[in-house]
Design a protein. Structure first.
Length: 161
């Protein structure tokens, strides 16, 4: 009865072959890990940016009615900020997009915002920042990272009266 085991040479050759395979597979594994990380980060940024734009659009859509029929109640309106008569609003403060609901405190909606622009338009599509109560719709642009989201929102108060 003869027992046969691994010789030192066989163990060394096996170790060398496995090392060569590991060296060949390691860059592929690192590349896959980096791609997954980048995709996850991109997906998170898209989700956060989309959510922030959706919240801003909701505030703009729900703008309160003004004192005159067919107008909205705007206290302050610039290219990066709007505050309504009920205390709600949104603004770009530094590189943070902030939201205020119900006259409360400003709260950060998202950070690392590279650009936020509000264009107030009247019924003819002309810019109407000088007469904010006559705003019929807002064009909104939000830039964050390599993403730029744009949308248009109509104020419900203009149509509810």
């Amino acid at each position: 009865m003869r027992r046969r085991g691994f010789t030192l040479l066989e163990a060394t050759v096996t170790t060398m072959v496995l090392s060569v395979v590991a060296v060949a597979v390691l860059p592929v594994m690192n590349g896959a890990t980096e791609a997954f990380s980048a995709a996850s980060q991109t997906e998170r940024m898209v989700d956060e940016t989309s959510y922030a734009l959706d919240r801003v659009l909701r505030v703009l859509r729900e703008a309160p009615a003004g004192t005159d029929a067919g107008t909205i109640g705007v206290i302050s309106l610039t290219a990066t900020m709007v505050v309504f008569s009920d205390g709600t609003g949104c603004r770009l403060q530094g590189n943070a997009l902030e939201l205020r609901s119900g006259g409360g405190e400003w709260s950060e909606l998202c950070s690392d915002v590279e650009g936020f622009e509000l264009r107030a338009l009247n019924a003819d599509g002309a810019e109407t920042s000088a007469a904010p109560a006559q705003v019929q719709r807002f064009e909104v642009r939000l830039m964050r990272g390599e993403f730029e989201l744009r949308s248009v929102v109509f104020c419900r108060a203009r149509y509810g009266q």
